[in-house]
Write a protein of this length. Structure first.
Length: 582
């Protein structure tokens, strides 16, 4: 991606829909504040050149005070309004980013760490906020002050002004290389900060693994290494800042001394008046201070350029492709038609063809890595096939709206994910229609979840903690089943939801699953013999290819792999049963 320019920064701001009215008001009062400030040196010039006690009338003093008050009030309003506008722009930008992130396909998240994305939403957006809320108002005021002051200075004494105008480019030639170096360091710092955020997010998310493996010292060392790297970039940035600001201040001070000395000479030779020199000096200060402010703005802008690059790069990522057709109920049969899929150069599925008959249960079996879970991901449209397609009746599933398609699917995994919040929040998660209290209770009862939910002091309002840490595996599974029941899906995907549970939890969850499967098109990844025995049809997947389709008895007789899997599982289950009877 090309480095961000000021034009791309402005383009990003335009996308964030800035409040034009508020910005216009802030600019207007900033101009008023700058013009009021420009009046004060001219007022003093007239007072000094024609000073007398009689001239200090109440009206003149009142006018002087009014100018100061106008300057103060307009400055306050400009700061406040621009701060509000900056906050609104960044809020809109974060909303736009969040919406875009939610629309990105799963392959993007396979390649990108979640912590880095959080850094984009927080750190990069905050960098832009600081520029907009704190620096932009100063820049606007500075531009008006500089243009106004230079115009008046040329009117006062064009020779002294010409000396000053020549000195400014010389100062800039010294500063620009330092500013460019600062931009490079800022980009590297933001990149390292995003990596550190990603590392922290990943490690804190897997803190139980760290503690169970006693790797605290190892992760401490890894974290400290990253922290020290970021510290190194901060030191580099501090060095450039330490050179940039003093050099700029020395250059400005030198220019100020030269110009005032030249002005003193012109007063001594009666080429200008003392009042003109005082006014010139004050206008000079009104130029110098904004120049320092503009230098700070350029420094912040370099950081904002880096943030702009990364945010723009995110926004250029293509979202999921959506269809236009609505899913009609009841479902027709689902067909896998010569389906192939792979990651990079590795093909996982080869010319897969079979159907999921309406209202029947299809189990898919095969060794680990044969592509079973990949078929589920393709059904959910998390990935796009490299060849062939999945069809609902006569239509490819890509023709349907994503929301309409996914709302027709219920998925219960081995480790059903839940979100922090209450049990009720998780039961209703993703549901769009109105759900009554009776429907919630009935779904929980059918999922064998109502009893354990009521055993909690807060019942359905019980907070379950991050990732549902306050619930057992079986309880999380039953909440997932109840949620699927409330969803009333046409197509049910089960990733052997009882395989990791103890025998009692398995029995309770299996009863709930049987209620959920009644009358639905069900596709099951099967790991246990009991599951496949009850399936209407079984698909055997071997190294990404369908090697057999049929009933249990037919495949035992005709398919070598299936026969082997059944035999191994039957022996394992027999030994387990014998062990439990001893």
């Amino acid at each position: 991606m090309k480095p961000a320019t000021f034009k791309s920064f402005l383009s990003l701001l335009k996308k964030s829909e800035p409040p034009i009215g508020l910005l216009s008001a802030a600019v207007t009062v900033s101009i008023i504040q700058a013009l009021a400030a420009l009046m004060i040196p001219w007022f003093l010039k007239s007072l000094i050149d024609n000073f007398s006690v009689d001239r200090l009338t109440p009206g003149l003093i009142t006018l002087f005070i009014v100018i100061f008050i106008v300057q103060m009030i307009s400055n306050a309003f400009s700061i406040y309004w621009l701060h509000i506008a900056g906050q609104r722009i960044v809020a809109n930008l974060r909303t736009m980013l969040w919406k875009h992130l939610l629309a990105l396909p799963i392959p993007f998240y396979d390649e990108t760490k979640s912590g880095e994305l959080v850094s984009r939403l927080n750190n990069d957006a905050t960098t832009l906020q600081q520029l907009l809320s704190e620096q932009l108002v100063r820049l606007l005021t500075s531009i008006v002050s500089i243009v106004g002051a230079i115009t008046i200075l040329f009117f006062l004494d064009w020779q002294m002004t010409l000396v000053m105008v020549i000195a400014v480019p010389i100062t800039l030639l010294i500063i620009i290389p330092l500013v460019r170096k600062l931009h490079q360091i800022s980009r590297e710092t933001q990149k390292e900060l995003a990596g550190l955020s990603g590392f922290f997010a990943e490690m804190l998310g897997e803190v139980r693994l760290i503690k169970s493996q006693a790797t605290e010292e190892y992760e401490m060392d890894r974290g400290q290494t990253r922290i020290e790297n970021l510290y190194g970039f901060g030191v580099k940035e501090g060095k450039v800042q330490a050179i940039l600001l003093p050099v700029f201040n020395v250059a400005l001070t030198s220019m100020l001394i030269i110009i005032i000395s030249f002005g003193a000479y012109r007063v001594a030779t009666n080429q200008i008046t003392a009042g003109e020199l005082v006014a010139f000096s004050l206008y000079l200060f009104q130029i110098m201070t904004p120049l320092v402010t503009m230098t700070e703005f350029v420094s912040k802008l370099q950081k904002a350029r880096g943030a702009t690059e990364r945010i723009s790069e995110l926004l250029e990522e293509q979202p999921e492709t959506d269809g236009t057709r609505q899913v009609e109920r009841p479902f027709a049969a689902v067909h896998f038609n010569q389906l192939s899929f792979g990651y990079d150069d590795t093909t996982l599925l080869h010319d897969v063809t079979f159907s999921l008959p309406r209202g029947q249960t299809t189990a898919i079996v095969g060794p680990s890595g044969s592509g079973k879970s990949t078929l589920f991901a393709l059904l959910e449209r998390f990935y796009q096939p490299t060849a062939g397609q999945i069809e609902l009746g006569p239509h490819a599933i890509n023709e349907f709206e994503l929301a309409s398609w996914r709302n027709s699917i219920g998925y219960v995994a081995q480790d059903s994910p839940v979100l922090s919040g209450t049990i009720r929040d998780n039961l209703l998660y993703g549901l769009t229609g109105e759900v009554t209290e009776q429907q919630i209770r009935e779904a929980a009862e059918m999922a064998n979840a109502d009893e354990f939910i009521r055993s909690f002091a807060q019942g359905y309002e019980t907070e379950i903690g991050e990732r549902g840490v306050k619930l057992s595996g079986g309880q999380r599974q039953r909440i997932a089943i109840a949620r699927a029941l409330l969803r009333d899906p046409e197509l049910l995907l089960l990733d052997e939801a009882t395989s990791s549970l103890d025998s009692e939890s398995e029995r309770v969850v299996q009863e709930a699953l049987e209620r959920l499967m009644e009358g639905r098109t069900t596709f099951v990844i099967a790991h246990r013999l009991a599951t496949v025995r009850h399936a209407d049809q079984i698909v055997v997947l071997e190294q990404g290819r369908v090697s057999g389709i049929g009933t249990h008895d037919a495949l035992v007789a005709s398919n070598v792999l299936y026969n082997k899997l059944v035999t191994q599982q039957f022996i394992g289950q027999t030994e387990t049963t014998r062990g439990s009877n001893r």
